[in-house]
Design a protein around this ligand. Structure first.
Ligand code: NA7
Length: 887
């Protein structure tokens, strides 16, 4: 963008050619920079802030357009580091305006006398790591240089406005304004014909007020956005009461929450609610006027699952149609191309109603793209609009733009940050970059930043960085740098996290899609504020894992490695289980453990609706056995999968893997019959194995009655159930049927030895323990029987078995015996596919709607089952049946 178009109104800094030597140089005097300066001073570091603007405020200094406000409630969008400040400052509104927030930041700067260490009107023009001196050398536009030990970017995530990318901007003879660089003296639009390009948060906040001032307002919209009413006013009494009742607890809840606002984790899923209940929840959310609330509190699946999301999105669409009178305009304003929340939703005041005004016109650029800006206005593919003023609300080169704008940043061995980031931002924790010692980013790409309440994330980063610098100094080290391995591990973890939410499904500034040519990928950390905080704490607890520290006389410390190797949600689940401090199953006795499991399972999300769920009785090897049948919603007959639940031959029953059976029934479009085989210790080996075989035979013989398709059945099982499925295939081969078309073995028990590495590596900390497996084996099988292929199928004959899909999990004691079985079958000529699930644990795939990252694996397993049945692998999932009364 031509610089003049976004001209800063800042005064030039007083230039001096002398080099200022400080411990720390910070770029930016917004929320982050001010708090950094405060903390660094307290920690005894000499510090200077370099700030391009004429005063403090950062984004709130520049974004002065009409209607500019925060859209996180202001009591939450505030510093928490200074309890007296919290009493000294009272916010006048639920969502404060830009001038009030700017006054607040000025108040903070004065209160702590921060301005004396800020060089205003100073733009950094280069920063270079001086290898010999182990310092950053910084050049500025004023000529004054800075030499610092540590260089910290507090540049904000949304501070580099994006060029308009439209031909002819220079030809326009009228006035041009950017929301992100609004003139300080304001703009008089009375009687003017005004065009606004852009309908993100800035456009949506500004448009209603511009419409009141202008003679005619024409809004050029490329992508319609979801906007919700702010219902602004005084800060809500109940939130204030909660804050003032116990400030420490309130702030702490925010710090450990998912988005940095103290709302609890929602656990109810959409399909557990009736239509009326969902609508009631939605209306409460709409009335609350709170983005964080509506994004997190309606039902748990709204942010992670398209079905759950669609319900909220449809309800908002209905609202838009209800407000906007002209149906064509309403249709154009209705977002259809992205899930709600995947693109930043907006809070508005009268936004949609503004389109009912006679002086406001919406131009849908999807139907008539802008061809050019001319001397007198804007021409689309269909029309020309004569205007006096163009307001660009076209957004920012987000997250990386502001850092790259402070250019060039040259690290170790002359490496430039722009080159390192050419294919997207690389970082460790979003706070540091390998090859750039003593360089830190506050809320950089790779941290929760823009997916959170920035105030909370800023304080967390500042605290962490300053504490690290102090610890470094105390330990006699002078440099700190992320390792390549840690950074690569973080990239992997970021990629894993990005599958958790729906952000990856929209083209947005979160993914770099708004800037032509920018590398694409979800830039903020989607794993949540609380989890992220705990990871940063873990890095420290594990001896600065992933950082290389060095100091004088060759002092060096490097504890290299990846901080998170588990899938993000597996890490959370294991953390929660650890917090529950449960007694080991093996200490409860068999019945006690069964009762416990039944209770425990009541707390999990209800399984998804399928066409029909029914109970029945089949003949096992020595008598009747219960079964549960899951039938797809599509017309039959369907292939049948005989399913064996997990539980170490001791625990569980035909309904204990209910969510998994429902999910797989939906994904495969097949009948699942979950068998209630007999358990130990009441019925020891080979009861379960023989029941499994007999049940399969019975089901195959009664396929037609069950609504199943004629032909081979399939078998599947998890854990001990995987063992039974594997054994059933061997028995069916040896005993003349039934014909089995394929076997899905999920984390199966296949052998009686405990000496494989996975038992050693994963035997203690991943829920299924070595001790538990010992107990299961003892209850089921006497030592003399353990090598019998009916319990150790790995020791049986493997040739001639049906094709197999074997899933094993990296952090499971049973991992290696599952792999061994898959490899041995393959060596015997069986068609075998393996899924070695990285970062997963024994229960990852059966904890449906809890371990979200398990979805991909279940898709693969479902595809395999369909292939075994001779069907095309993909199945179009029936839309979620939304009546809670559905089975
Ligand atoms: P956003 O949210 O990036 O919005 C920018 C808007 O401008 C958006 O509607 C864009 O459409 C539109 N845009 C951008 N470039 C063009 C061109 N070339 N032609 C037409 N329309 C264009 O920025 P905001 O300033 O509103 O908000 C940024 C954040 O600040 C906000 O999310 C809050 O976190 C605070 P697109 O959607 O890309 O099709």
């Amino acid at each position: 963008m031509p610089e003049a178009m976004v001209a800063s109104r800042a005064s030039k800094g007083a230039g001096t050619a002398a080099t200022q030597t400080v411990d720390v140089a910070v770029v930016g005097a917004g929320f982050a920079g001010l708090y950094l300066l405060y903390r660094l001073r307290k920690a005894g570091f000499s510090t200077v802030i370099l700030e391009e603007a004429g005063d403090v405020g950062g984004t709130w200094y520049w974004n002065r357009y009409p209607g500019a406000r925060c859209d996180i409630q202001t009591i939450d969008y505030s510093y928490s580091f200074d309890p007296e400040l919290e009493s000294a400052w009272k916010w006048s509104e639920k969502y404060a305006t830009q001038p009030e927030i700017l006054r607040y930041l000025g108040f903070v700067a004065d209160r702590h006398d921060l301005r004396r260490d800020i060089r205003f009107g100073t733009k950094v023009t280069s920063a270079t790591w001086d290898e010999t001196a182990e310092r950053w050398q910084i050049a500025t536009n004023s000529g004054a240089k800075v030499s610092c030990g540590y260089y910290i970017m507090a540049t904000g995530c949304l501070s580099a406005p994006k060029p308009p990318e439209i031909d002819g901007v220079k030809d326009f003879k009228g006035d041009i304004y950017f929301t992100g660089r609004w003139p300080h003296e304001g703009v008089n639009l009375a009687g003017k014909r005004v065009a606004v390009i852009g309908t993100g948060s800035s456009g949506i906040q500004a448009i209603p007020l511009l419409a009141e001032q202008a003679a005619q307002l024409t809004v050029f919209q490329r992508t319609p956005n979801f906007a919700l009413p702010a219902h602004n006013g005084a800060p809500p009494a109940e939130r204030l009461a909660a804050l003032e009742g116990d400030r420490a607890a309130y702030r702490d809840q925010a710090r450990w929450s998912m988005v940095g606002v103290p709302w609890p984790q929602q656990t109810i899923v959409s399909w557990q609610l009736t239509d009326a209940e969902r609508r009631e929840r939605f209306e409460a959310g709409w009335a609350a006027g709170d983005l964080a609330y509506i994004l997190t509190q309606l039902w748990a699946d709204q942010g992670v699952d398209l079905d759950g999301n669609r319900i909220v999105a449809d309800l908002i669409r209905e609202k838009i149609r209800g407000i906007v009178k002209d149906p064509e305009t309403a249709a154009a304003l209705t977002p259809l191309d992205h899930p709600f929340g995947a693109k930043r939703p907006c809070l508005d005041t009268n936004y949609y109603a503004t389109y009912n005004r006679p002086n406001v016109t919406l131009v849908n650029l999807r139907a008539e793209p802008i061809k050019a800006i001319t001397a007198s206005g804007i021409t689309t593919g269909k029309r020309s609009f004569e205007v006096d003023v163009i307001v660009f609300a076209t957004g920012f080169d987000a997250m990386t733009g502001a850092i790259m704008a402070v250019h060039p940043v040259t690290g170790r061995d002359g490496k430039s940050l722009s080159d390192v980031w050419a294919n997207g931002p690389q970082s460790y924790l979003g706070v540091s970059v390998a090859g750039f010692p003593n360089f830190f980013m506050i809320t950089g790409p790779g941290s929760p930043s823009v997916l959170s309440n920035m105030a909370v994330s800023i304080e967390q980063h500042v605290d962490w960085v300053v504490e690290r610098l102090a610890a470094l100094r105390d330990a006699g080290f002078t440099t700190m740098e992320a390792t390549e391995a840690a950074q690569a591990g973080w990239a992997q973890h970021m990629a894993d996290c990005s599958t958790l939410t729906l952000h990856r499904l929209a083209n947005t500034w979160y993914t770099g899609a708004n800037v032509p040519g920018k590398a694409q990928g979800v830039m903020p950390y989607t794993g949540g504020v609380g989890p992220y905080r705990s990871i940063c704490n873990d890095v420290v607890a594990q001896g600065m894992l992933g950082f290389r520290l060095s100091g004088p006389n060759g002092a060096e410390q490097c504890n290299d490695g990846e901080i998170v190797r588990l899938q993000p949600d597996v890490r959370l689940v294991l953390g929660l289980l650890a917090q529950m401090n449960l007694p080991p199953f093996e200490t409860m006795g068999a019945q006690g453990a069964r009762d416990f499991l039944t209770e425990f399972n009541k707390g999990r999300p209800a399984g998804r609706p399928v066409g029909e769920v029914g109970d029945g009785v089949l003949m096992g090897s020595e008598g009747p056995l219960p079964y549960k049948l899951y039938r797809p919603a599509t017309p039959g007959p369907h292939p049948i999968v005989v399913y064996f639940h997990g539980g170490g031959w001791v625990l569980g029953d035909q309904q204990s893997d209910d969510p998994f059976c429902r999910d797989m029934c939906r994904r495969t479009d097949m009948i699942f019959v979950s068998v209630g085989y007999r358990h130990a210790p009441e019925h020891r080996f080979p009861a379960a194995a023989e029941d499994g075989y007999a049940a399969t035979r019975w089901i195959a013989e009664h396929a037609a009655e069950l609504g199943g398709k004629a032909g081979p059945v399939l078998v599947a099982g998890w854990s001990a159930g995987g063992n039974i499925a594997a054994v059933t295939c061997q028995l069916a081969r040896d005993r003349g049927g039934p014909e089995i078309g394929g076997q899905l073995l999920l984390c199966p028990v296949t052998d009686c030895t405990f000496d494989r590495p996975s038992y050693v590596d994963n035997g203690a900390n991943y829920f299924v323990t070595r001790g538990l497996m010992f107990w299961f084996w003892d209850l089921y099988c006497s030592p003399a029987d353990r090598t019998d292929p009916r319990v150790s199928p790995l020791r049986g004959k493997l040739a001639g078995l049906p094709p197999a899909f074997v899933t094993t999990c990296e952090f499971d004691p049973l991992r290696d015996e599952g792999i061994a079985y898959a490899e041995a079958m393959a060596a015997s000529g069986v068609a075998v596919e393996q899924l070695k699930a990285r970062g997963h644990f024994h229960s990852s795939f059966t904890m449906v709607d809890v371990v979200i990252t398990g979805v991909g694996g279940r898709i693969k397993m479902a595809e395999a089952l369909r292939r075994f049945a001779g069907l095309p692998p993909e199945v179009k999932l029936p839309p979620q049946k939304l009546d809670a009364a559905a089975s």
